[in-house]
Structure formats: structure tokens, C-alpha cells
Design a protein around this ligand. Structure first.
Ligand SMILES: [Zn+2]
Length: 161
């Protein structure tokens, strides 16, 4: 994968661990982390669907909101958001508005969609995050899918009705 490094794989696997923790907390198996240019983890975010059935509480959307509230513009521009799965259109929008400069994801939305189908709790969109970012007025670098087999394993047996 062009532009990906061992460091990217390391942090992406940490986002997988956050996704597993999210599942153990009764939520959907998605997780993300925001890492600064110096390699410091700034934000960790699990999926937040429960307890309120909040369908907008995707891990990346929650992380982007927290990033806006707690981090400076320069820090965000140089930060990378690592997500266990590709950010949906909503989350890509939130990442754009937060001004996070780089995204690395594991499982592609296309692949996730084939796993979840139209599950009522996750009727996955079919709009690649690159298309959302390409519509913006500032560049967002995107790497992914990366380690997709490991990312996919997080969803085995979760979305069968
Ligand atoms: Zn999302």
C-alpha cells in the first residue's frame, strides 16, 4: 500500500483493539484513534451506539467532535486518524470539518457493506471516503484498505440476523 508504513500498521492495529473493546462494551465493533505527528495518541474512540441507539455515534464522528473541542488546528492538520473501518460519508465529513489531515483505515466500506448488508443497526453506505474528501477545499490524505483481513475478522458473526 503506497504511503503506508510500519508505524501505520502499528496504530491501525491499536484501532482494531479499540474496536474489540467497543464490542465488549456492548457496542458495534468499530474503533479509531487520532495520533499526532510525534506519534502520541491524542484521542481514542469506541462506537457509541448504545445506550441511546444513537446511529450518528460512529467512532470517527465522536473522535472528530472531540478533536475540534480539545486540539488546535495545527495539531489536527498534522494528525492521522486510524480507523478499523473506512469512514462513512458522515464521518468523512466530520473528519474534514475537524481538519484532520490524514486517514488510515482497515476494512473498506465496500467490504463492510457486503458483510452488514442492510442490517437495521448498520445499513452501510456505499460512498467511498475518498470521494467525500475529494469534494473538500483542503487535501486529506487517505491510506486504505490496509490489514483488511484482520479488520474484517472483527465483524465475523456480528451482523447475522
Ligand atoms: Zn461513520
Amino acid at each position: 500500500m503506497d504511503g503506508a508504513s510500519e508505524r501505520d500498521e502499528h496504530f491501525l492495529r491499536l484501532s482494531f483493539a479499540v474496536a474489540r473493546r467497543s464490542l465488549s462494551h456492548g457496542n458495534h465493533p468499530f474503533g479509531c484513534i487520532v495520533v499526532g505527528a510525534d506519534g502520541k495518541i491524542l484521542i481514542e474512540s469506541e462506537n457509541g451506539y448504545m445506550p441511546d441507539h444513537d446511529g450518528t455515534a460512529h467512532a470517527e464522528r465522536l473522535a472528530a467532535t472531540r478533536a475540534c473541542r480539545t486540539l488546535g488546528r495545527e495539531v489536527l492538520a498534522k494528525a492521522t486518524l486510524y480507523s478499523s473501518a473506512e469512514p462513512c460519508a458522515m464521518c468523512a465529513g466530520a473528519i474534514y470539518w475537524a481538519g484532520i489531515g490524514r486517514v488510515v483505515f482497515g476494512l473498506s466500506e465496500h467490504r463492510l457493506r457486503s458483510i452488514t448488508g442492510n442490517h437495521p443497526e448498520n445499513p452501510t453506505l456505499a460512498l467511498p471516503c475518498r470521494e467525500v474528501f475529494a469534494s473538500g477545499q483542503r487535501p486529506t490524505e487517505v491510506i486504505g484498505p490496509l490489514l483488511e483481513k484482520e479488520a474484517e475478522a472483527l465483524h465475523v458473526g456480528i451482523w447475522t440476523k
